[in-house]
Write a protein that binds this ligand. Structure first.
Ligand code: IMP
Ligand code: MG
Length: 194
């Protein structure tokens, strides 16, 4: 049997995430002082980030969600985006902050911005936890971002690989380890669980 095994190595720890999210929230609070803010979370990946961010924002902050999926293979965006869940309320006249888990090619964000702008919000900005600029295919500007990450497939803290790993409290790099590719390190074969 040649079952491949997956391993997740920590890229951004729980502590780093929480510290940075608090900083982002402070920035957002300052920028939107005196305004009613509507957070629009992009499902599913952003739910954890949005929930933690929201805890530091004022009580008049409203929340809505949109769902998207892109056609194609699991770790590659195909470029075609489709809405799987639409907003519950119109964003017209609202100060919208679009909350994304990660911006990779930028195609999802580009599509969402075009769709939402057509619905005439008072303003629209973007807050993404992770920015992976290496694979960007369209130009999008992020008003707020948590971390710039290298070109690797990451999971945890809302992000999945085939619907797994969303519940990890940290962001990690997903590595596929072949059955007998145990040639790294100096000997301790059983260690390394995190
Ligand atoms: P896009 O390529 O910028 O359109 O990103 C589309 C979506 O793919 C993101 O919102 C994520 O949900 C997902 N995605 C992109 N890169 C990763 C990754 O490294 N891990 C998990 N999901 C990812
Ligand atoms: Mg997403």
């Amino acid at each position: 049997m040649s079952e491949s095994r997956e391993k997740v190595s920590v890229l951004i720890s729980q502590e780093e995430l929480q510290k940075r999210i608090k900083e982002l929230a402070q920035e957002i609070c300052r920028d939107y002082e005196g305004k009613d803010l509507l957070l629009i979370g992009v499902l599913k990946g952003s739910f954890m980030f949005l929930a933690d961010l929201l805890r530091y924002l004022p009580p008049n902050t409203a929340v809505d969600f949109m769902g998207t999926s892109s056609y194609g293979a699991s770790t590659q965006s195909s470029g075609e985006v489709r809405i799987t869940k639409d907003l519950e309320h119109s964003p017209a006249g609202k100060h919208v902050l679009l909350v994304e888990d990660i911006v990779d090619t930028g195609l999802t964000l580009r599509y969402l911005l075009d769709t939402l702008r057509a619905r005439q919000p008072a303003s629209i900005k973007v807050c993404a936890l992770l920015d992976k600029p290496a694979r960007r295919r369209v130009r999008v500007s992020l008003d707020y971002y948590g971390f710039i990450i290298p070109n690797a497939f990451v999971v945890g803290y809302g992000l999945d690989y085939q619907e797994r790993y969303r519940g990890l409290p940290y962001v990690g790099v997903l590595e596929e380890t072949g059955e007998s590719s145990n040639d790294a390190g100096d000997g301790d074969a059983s260690a390394g669980e995190r």
